[in-house]
Design a protein around this ligand. Structure first.
Ligand code: F6R
Length: 595
């Protein structure tokens, strides 16, 4: 989740590039960089950390007169946040920036290394510029070399490339990562979202997947369709959504694909740079986290025990280190955190490290305290989450835990390659199910008005749908301030059912592919006591007062991801009707760095 900008024209290049990157900094800020090509000179600046460091580096640089420029703010996926890994990536006379992931970069890199190319970064992006120059060295013209380069790439990308061979052009390509080209009085502008373009461009073209080519001062009109750019900045940052939380719910489809990229594809699971031997001699797993991340951990327990057959404990970080836990020597300690800065989780890692145990972080922020404290890391790649109530980070945490459980299941011989392939297909289908269907969102908007009063909510489910029930209750509590509890549906008759009456709203998670009949009986028991039932399912349920239909699914994990979206939207729409600040709910903070 990086941000990219580009410019062709006569104005001071660094003004648009730096201002544009400021607008995109919320998408990633572990390093930033800029290249300017003007008067035959290619100048490159890179800096680790926030954008001010880049500003400082190029404070004495100026470039007026015709030229082209590209800029990038990075959210690390491949390789640590270092200057060498920061974009633009450079070859002999060309520079490139990229947002997304090149899945087959290893293969391309090995081929190019054999032909004498040397690489200085650990990134996937660097192969693009070398591949381009490799095609040029075979005698191709730049447009043809760029076309061949893009043809060879697999994955998601928005790419901008500049080269001394064609100093008045910016080469671009887009697939599954946003890219916009605009035109204004000052020249031609490129950006990965609207916000940087406001105040510069009047008209824009939102490129479609598969678009590629080059733009110079004369051929902007060949793009289509060209639209007028809405000049409202707040609206642009939220990309047209009412709230960041809503935008992040809608982003889940894309970020899940990013989470899977290079890890679960082409029938195989691979785990970044973690050597398989890291998992040798592990007898048990302890997952430690807080809040939403803890709920993801609970889902992980079901998956790790089911597929990897490894006994898994899930602990709440704030409870863990004071409870005199028994730490076994063969226990892998997995810390899950969106922010990477949660103090309780961080302290739990420090506590367990005293026993010499292996540690693994599942985290959304590279180089955060939790990542630095753990031996190994799996980054969730959700991009910056602005809404205080976590949504897309949860989705990616669950996906990573699912990937890990299938990986370990394969490693330990519990899953055949056929079963692994099938799981990857289920992952792809599950990610698809998080594409929000407008009809479902409209229905949720409509039914939310019936759930603004009463004396509370029960969210009930079984198996992985139990932690999803807990998470859905937490989402509703956080932003609507209504009382909500999650329960395993089989537990209701052991006490909570005493509360059942028509003013108690029960949201029942009823997956067709997992224990449907069992949960149905539990819901019927509540329905018989006049509780108001909202059933979430693809299957009609007679005992429900309201049905929240999800699309028909082929597996229980598809149902999981589909219900997750429906229930996040349910919480959002109830909170909106109650007039609450969805993105900044009262009493909550995005990063909890106190005990
Ligand atoms: C809920 C929420 C919190 C966090 C918790 C842990 O929407 O966001 O419950 O999940 O504070 O935070 P991280 O994951 O950053 O460690």
């Amino acid at each position: 989740m990086c941000g990219i900008v580009g410019y062709i024209g006569n104005e001071e290049k660094k003004d648009f590039i730096l201002n544009g990157l400021k607008e995109l900094e919320y998408r990633g800020y572990d390093s930033a960089g800029m290249s300017v090509l003007s008067g035959g000179e290619l100048s490159v600046f890179k800096a680790v950390g926030k954008l001010v460091n880049l500003e400082q580096k190029c404070k004495d640089f100026s470039s007026v007169g015709f030229g082209v420029a590209i800029g990038h703010t990075r959210w690390a996926t491949h390789g640590k946040p270092t200057e060498a890994n920061a974009h633009p990536h450079i070859a002999d006379f060309s520079n490139v920036i990229h947002n997304g992931i090149i899945e087959n970069y290893q293969e391309i890199k090995s081929g190019l290394e054999q032909q004498g190319h040397t690489f200085i970064s650990q990134t996937d992006t660097e192969v693009i510029v070398h591949l381009f120059e490799n095609y040029l060295s075979k005698g191709l013209e730049a447009p043809e070399a760029f076309k061949n380069t893009i043809r060879d790439l697999k994955g998601a990308y928005a790419i901008l490339l500049i080269t001394k061979k064609e100093p008045n052009k910016i080469f671009y390509a887009k697939n599954a990562s946003p890219l916009i080209i605009g035109r204004g009085k000052g020249g031609i502008y490129f950006a990965s979202s609207d916000a940087p373009l406001i105040g510069y461009a009047d008209e824009v073209c939102y490129l479609e997947d598969g678009s590629m080519g080059y733009i110079d001062e004369d051929n902007f009109h060949t793009l289509s369709p060209i639209k007028k750019l809405d000049q409202n900045k707040g609206y642009a940052q939220k990309e047209g959504f009412r709230y960041f939380m809503e935008k992040e719910i809608y982003e889940q489809h894309n970020v899940l694909l990013e989470t899977m990229m290079g890890r679960a594809s082409e029938g195989k699971i691979t785990l970044d740079s973690i050597a398989p031997s890291f998992f040798d001699e592990i007898g048990e797993i302890t997952i430690c986290a807080c809040g939403t991340s803890y709920h993801a951990g609970m889902v992980g327990k079901y998956l790790l025990e089911r597929y990897a057959k490894i006994k898994t404990n899930v602990v709440i970080a704030s409870e863990y280190r004071y409870a005199s836990p028994i730490v076994k020597s063969d226990e892998l300690f997995v810390a899950i955190s969106q922010s990477g800065e949660t103090l309780d989780t961080l302290e739990a890692i420090k506590f367990v490290k005293k026993f010499g145990n292996k540690t693994l972080a599942i985290c959304n922020v590279d180089n955060s305290s939790i990542v630095r404290e753990c031996q190994e890391v799996l980054l969730t790649r959700a991009g910056i989450e602005k809404g205080v109530a976590s949504t897309k980070a949860f989705a990616t945490q669950v996906m990573i835990l699912w990937i890990l459980s299938i990986y370990l299941g394969g490693l330990r011989g519990h899953l055949s390659s056929k079963e692994i392939e099938k799981s990857i297909e289920d992952m792809v289908e599950s990610a698809k199910k998080t594409e929000i269907c407008p009809k479902m969102h409209d229905k949720i908007k409509r039914i939310s008005k019936r759930y603004l009063h009463g004396h509370g909510f029960f969210f009930i489910g079984r198996d992985v749908f139990y932690p999803l029930a807990l998470e859905s209750a937490l989402k509703l509590k956080e932003i609507s301030y209504l009382h909500a509890e999650g329960y395993p549906s089989g537990e209701m008759k052991h006490g909570p059912i005493a509360l059942a009456d028509s003013e108690l709203f029960t949201v029942a998670l009823m997956p067709e592919h997992l224990l449907y009949e069992k949960i149905k009986s539990n819901v019927e028991e509540l329905s018989a006591r006049d509780a108001t039932i909202c059933a979430v399912s693809a299957k009609e349920f007679d005992g429900a007062d309201d049905m929240l239909y999800i699309q028909p699914c082929k597996s229980y994990m598809e149902e999981f991801f589909s219900m997750m979206c429906a229930l996040q939207l349910f919480a959002l729409e109830v909170a909106v009707r109650l007039g609450n600040d969805v993105d900044m709910p009262r009493n909550l903070a995005k990063s909890v760095t106190v005990e």
